[in-house]
Structure formats: structure tokens, C-alpha cells
Design a protein around this ligand. Structure first.
Ligand SMILES: [Cu+2]
Length: 484
């Protein structure tokens, strides 16, 4: 039976009049998502980057949760690629790590994806290769019926770190091969700063050049790469995305840090927000004016715009550096003043203070762990040989509760991401909390974070640092199900 005939038969008589017309429920045709090259303007210079465009011509996808994930990925690039659905929990065969297990898509090849959407939330999609550096990444927003019924304006803030140098060159520079363009300090100062003569008491953690001190007084490395620009919705503050909002209206900011190796602190400026979700998962709402956001993390912030109107920059401050990017929320007729791309002060260094205060709205069920694993995070800037240790123990059976303590003995912070699952942060430096449910957690230098995972999605799942160059240099492991 042809689809049209089937639909007509199914909708015959009074039933057709009573039910809303929903062709997607009987014979869904997939939404087309195209990976292609495109051109953007970065500080007055044309740049050829990748992009992922949905059926409406906009970047990425905005999906209704109940319709499920029903997408045809088309590779319109002249090279192979594959896309990871970051924050979703697809069956293992539909995850996007090349050959784990699905192969890359060849040029002009397409592939259909279909699975139920377990939760609504702010997620994203990206290539699990160096192509991510060239913006093969986009928002992936899942909206529940409840979300769609709210009287609020949704605004996406999609962050990225941009370089005119190819990622292969950036990586080679970090490994010591070449002094690639865009990097000026990959081998300077890191791990070698002296604390002698410093006044630790009165020290401003964000004011030091190149790094900062952890609590034991050791030097931490912050940024591996000096980028040419920091983008918010593909733009810099020289020509920012100005989004029209209503006086007194409610805005739901969906913030995505899609930078490959840059952490930010989101600064709401004069506005007050309520943080309602992290990594797409609801938390007990928390009043915020600033939100730390490491690589791959997301944050949903509700903002009630002032009744008087005006123009309000939402800024992303680069960690430990003066660079910043952002968007402007502006009411009709408001004068939009230019915001400089560099601040007077360096952006804050991310720690776990904020994370410690987060509480999941729907925590994992109370139960003891069936398996407890300790993973070390190791490596250094000198050799650029990042790795995870103790990974042989990353095994689980379906139905088990796994607890993993991520123990960072290196001088850099690592944003750790597990595919195919959400986990709950259950301890920070050994102190138990009922923390946020997430898919990416920051483990700062010389600190530990314990996560709990319910093993409910069999397969072989990537578990890695979301700093692209750490991952590419070896900081990646797999959680494997036994008897799967
Ligand atoms: Cu890392």
C-alpha cells in the first residue's frame, strides 16, 4: 500500500475529524540534516567552515520529543564524516564515533537514524573527529509538549573557538612538530611556573599570566591554543547576533559550549537568570548571574526581561584570558552599543564550587554501586601525551549501577564525557552530594569527581576528555558491556 493510500484509509470517517492530522505517527519520513561546507565572516575575513543544516535551513535540529529522532544525515562534504548526537541516548549502532561501531559516511552517502527520545533538553551534534574544529557542529534541541506550551522565547547561544589554521596544524603544534599559526605559547611556561616570592594569600586566581595556581600552589595550565576568534552563533562581538526580545518577556537561553578546547563563564550582565538545566537535564532551579561552562556542556537559563526594555549583552568570558564573545538581547528600538572583544579583566578560572551546589531535579534511584572504578587522568603539556589509566575496569553488565571516580593528577582540567548515558555527579573530592545529572563533567587539576551511571544501554561507548586535542592525543577510553 502506498503511503498516501494508507493515510487516507486510516483517517476515514469520523475518526479523521476527531484526531489531529499527524502523518508522522503512521509513516514518518525522516528530517534531512545536511553536512556541507559554507562560508562565514570572521573579523572581516572570509572563512570556509563546515556546517550541519536542518530541513528549515537553520543550523542543527529542533525536534519534538514525542516524534522521536527520525533523521536522514546527508554527507555533502568532499570527505568522509560521521556525527555524534551529544546528549542523546541512541542505540549503540547509531552513535557517531567512527567505527565504534558505525563506519563513516562517504561523500554523498546518507544514513537514516531512528530512535525514541528519552528526554527533552538542550543538546548538540558534532563530528567526533578534528572536523569539529571547523564547525562541523550544531544545536540539537529536544522540546517536550510542556516546553512548547510555555510562554517564553527560546534563544540559542552556540559558542565556538575559531582558528584560520587547520586543526591538523594546531594539533601538530601542540605535539611539538611545528609552531602552528594561531598558537603562541604551547610550550611556554606550562607546568614550570615558580611560586617563589608570590603572595598566595592575596592572589587573584584569574589574574595570572598563562595559568593559575591550584590549592596546593602548583601551576595549572589553562588554554592550549590561542584562537583567532571566539564565536557566538558564528559571530564575534564586532558584529554580534542581536536578538529581538519583548519588554518584560521571558527568554529561555539555551547555551551550548561547542568550543573544542576553550572553557567559558557565561555572564548575564545586568540581567538575573534562573538556571533550570545543565547538559539538557533539569536541576533544582538556581538564581544565577554567571554560569561556568566547560567544553561540551550546556546550560538552560530563564531570564525575565526588564519591563523598561533595552539592550543586554550575554557574554561568554574565556577562561583565564581577556577574550570574550556573546550575543545581544535587545527590545524594539533599543540602542545597541558595541561591546569590545577583549575585557579589562581575565575570565574566571573554572573550579567545582558551582558544580558542588547543583542538585538534580530527578536524581538516580538510591542504591549501592555494583561496581566501583577509579580512573586516573594523566599527561602533560610537554609531551602532549594525555591518557586515562585504569580503563581495563571500565566494564559493566546491563542493569548494574556503576560508580566511576575520575582522579585528575595532571596540571590541566579535563571535561569528561560518557556516550550513550546520563550520569549523576555523586561526589566531589570524596564528599557525597546528590549533584546534577549530566553527560559531561569538569575534573579540574588535582581534584576528583565521582559519577554514578545506571547501565541501561548496552554496547561499547566512548568515554573521553572533550578537549578535542586531548582526546586526539589519547585521552579516550571505552565503557564496555559484558554479555552484550
Ligand atoms: Cu583533557
Amino acid at each position: 500500500m502506498k503511503r498516501r493510500t494508507f493515510l487516507q484509509a486510516g483517517l476515514a470517517g469520523t475518526l479523521a475529524a476527531a484526531l489531529p492530522f499527524r502523518p508522522a505517527s503512521s509513516a514518518p519520513s525522516p528530517l534531512t540534516l545536511t553536512a556541507a561546507s559554507r562560508s562565514i565572516d570572521v573579523n572581516g575575513k572570509a572563512a570556509t567552515v563546515f556546517g550541519l543544516t536542518g530541513p528549515d535551513g537553520k543550523p542543527g535540529l529542533v525536534l519534538d520529543q514525542e516524534a522521536g529522532f527520525n533523521v536522514r544525515l546527508v554527507n555533502a562534504l568532499r570527505e568522509e564524516t560521521l556525527i555524534h548526537w551529544h546528549g542523546l541516548t541512541p542505540p549503540n549502532a547509531q552513535d557517531g564515533v567512527p567505527d565504534v561501531p558505525a563506519p563513516m559516511l562517504k561523500p554523498s552517502e546518507s544514513r537514516d537514524y531512528g530512535f525514541p527520545l528519552a528526554s527533552s533538553g538542550t543538546n548538540w551534534m558534532h563530528a567526533h573527529t578534528l572536523q569539529e574544529q571547523n564547525l562541523l557542529a550544531a544545536p540539537l534541541i529536544i522540546r517536550s509538549a510542556e516546553d512548547r506550551g510555555r510562554d517564553e522565547q527560546e534563544v540559542i547561544l552556540f559558542l565556538h573557538d575559531f582558528s584560520f589554521s587547520p586543526p591538523e596544524e594546531l594539533l601538530a603544534g601542540l605535539r611539538g612538530g611545528v609552531s602552528g599559526g594561531g598558537m603562541d605559547h604551547a610550550h611556554m611556561n606550562h607546568g614550570s611556573m615558580s611560586t617563589e616570592g608570590m603572595d598566595m594569600e592575596g592572589m587573584d586566581m584569574g589574574s595570572m599570566d598563562m595559568g593559575a595556581m591550584d590549592m596546593s600552589g602548583m601551576a595549572m595550565d589553562l588554554n592550549d591554543i590561542e584562537y583567532d576568534a571566539y564565536l557566538a552563533n558564528d559571530r564575534t562581538l564586532d558584529d554580534p547576533d542581536v536578538i529581538r526580545v519583548d519588554k518584560g518577556g521571558r527568554v529561555r537561553l539555551r547555551i551550548i559550549n561547542a568550543a573544542t578546547s576553550t572553557a567559558f563563564t557565561i555572564d548575564l550582565g545586568g540581567l538575573k537568570g534562573s538556571l533550570i538545566a545543565v547538559d539538557g537535564q533539569m536541576i533544582v532551579p538556581r538564581a544565577v548571574s554567571r554560569v561556568p561552562l566547560t567544553m561540551a556542556q550546556r546550560a538552560d537559563v530563564l531570564i525575565d526581561m526588564p519591563a523598561g526594555g533595552g539592550a543586554y549583552p550575554i557574554l561568554a568570558l574565556r577562561e583565564g584570558a581577556v577574550q570574550r564573545t556573546g550575543i545581544i538581547l535587545a527590545t524594539a528600538g533599543a540602542a545597541v552599543e558595541k561591546v569590545a572583544s577583549e575585557a579589562d579583566e581575565k575570565g574566571p578560572v573554572l573550579d567545582l564550587a558551582f558544580e558542588t551546589g547543583l542538585r538534580a531535579k530527578a536524581p538516580l534511584a538510591e542504591r549501592s554501586a555494583d561496581r566501583v572504578v577509579r580512573i586516573g587522568l594523566a599527561g602533560n603539556m610537554a609531551g602532549y601525551d594525555w591518557r586515562m589509566t585504569g580503563t581495563d575496569a571500565l566494564r559493566v553488565r546491563k542493569g548494574e549501577r556503576l560508580e566511576v571516580t575520575l582522579d585528575n593528577g595532571s596540571m590541566m582540567a579535563h571535561p569528561m564525557h560518557l556516550h550513550g548515558h546520563h550520569f549523576q555527579v555523586v561526589a566531589i573530592n570524596g564528599s557525597r552530594i546528590s549533584g546534577a545529572v549530566r553527560d559531561t563533567v569538569l575534573v579540574p587539576s588535582m581534584q576528583s569527581v565521582t559519577i554514578a551511571v545506571d547501565a541501561d544501554n548496552p554496547g561499547k561507548w566512548a568515554f573521553h576528555c572533550h578537549h578535542l586535542y586531548h582526546m586526539a592525543s589519547g585521552m579516550m577510553a571505552f565503557l564496555e558491556y559484558e554479555n552484550a
